[in-house]
Ligand binder design. Structure first.
Ligand code: SAM
Length: 241
């Protein structure tokens, strides 16, 4: 089986446990560093099933046609503008009857990139809006990550010529109080590797006034429950026999 955009191998390493003694797992990623970590973790495992690590691009997989029984990819298509090209590649490398599985966050349905947590932020304007605009301007993958939903993903599998396509959609809404440490983390952590954190945006826009802004925002966030929406699509598909 093939794990596309395997990263440090969370899925590929588990797949290695599941394919059985005659199975083989290939992990492909553009990042040599991620694969190096994957190799390190694989070495800790006592399993003998081979794990092949290959540097390569999901948009042009370095494999022959029809060579895998199963392909999977998780949280990789979100980074690609040409999602259909990547799904065509999944189909191309699958043998007839082979199966594909993907799991992708559907960011257009979530509010993670609005930075408002369901709060009335008028007391922090116009600084807050300027910070959010700055974060979005400096987000290389904004279009790829926000400009699609689960139907677009299903459409890619249909257009790529898969014989059967199944979608499971997960949607989660939460409204709860957060602890101070969680609030600090949500302002300090980069939501994804290609994006700045809210705190970095605040420092770039407000300079010396950033600490005061972050303190007032943290207090507001502590004062009431915060809302959050998360959505994800899991698609399984089969290539016709
Ligand atoms: C969020 S990580 C997901 C890693 C892994 N699939 C997992 O679920 O733990 C995204 C991975 O996609 C890889 N990636 C991004 N663009 C890629 C491309 N065009 N071809 C192959 N891998 C890519 C990144 O290097 C990174 O390792």
């Amino acid at each position: 089986m093939l794990d596309v955009g395997a990263g440090t191998g969370l899925l590929a390493l588990e797949a290695r446990r599941r394919v059985g003694p005659s199975g083989r797992v290939v992990a492909v990623d553009v990042s040599q560093d991620a694969l190096r970590e994957c190799r390190r973790q694989a070495a800790l495992d006592e399993l003998v099933v081979p794990l092949h690590l290959v540097v390569g691009d999901a948009l042009q997989l370095p494999f022959h046609d029809n060579c895998f029984d199963a392909v999977l990819t998780r949280s990789v298509l979100i980074y690609l503008t040409a999602k259909l090209t990547a799904v065509r590649e999944l189909r191309r490398v699958l043998r007839p009857g082979g199966r594909a599985s993907i799991f992708e966050p559907v960011n257009s349905a979530s509010d993670g990139y609005a930075w408002n947590w369901g709060l009335d932020l008028s007391s922090l304007q116009p600084a807050h809006d300027r910070i959010v605009a700055y974060l979005r301007e400096h987000w290389e993958h904004e279009n790829a990550m926000l400009g699609f939903d689960e139907r677009d993903l299903v459409g890619c599998f249909v257009e790529a010529g898969f014989a059967s396509v199944r979608l499971s959609y997960e949607y989660r809404y939460d409204c709860d109080r957060r602890r101070p440490g969680e609030i600090t983390a949500s302002l300090r952590v980069r939501p994804n590797p290609t994006m700045l954190s809210y705190e970095e945006g605040a420092r770039a826009i407000l300079g010396d006034a950033a600490d005061d802004h972050l303190l007032r925002l943290s207090r507001l966030m502590l004062s009431q429950p915060l809302t959050g929406v998360m959505a994800a699509a899991h698609i399984t598909a089969r290539r016709s026999s």
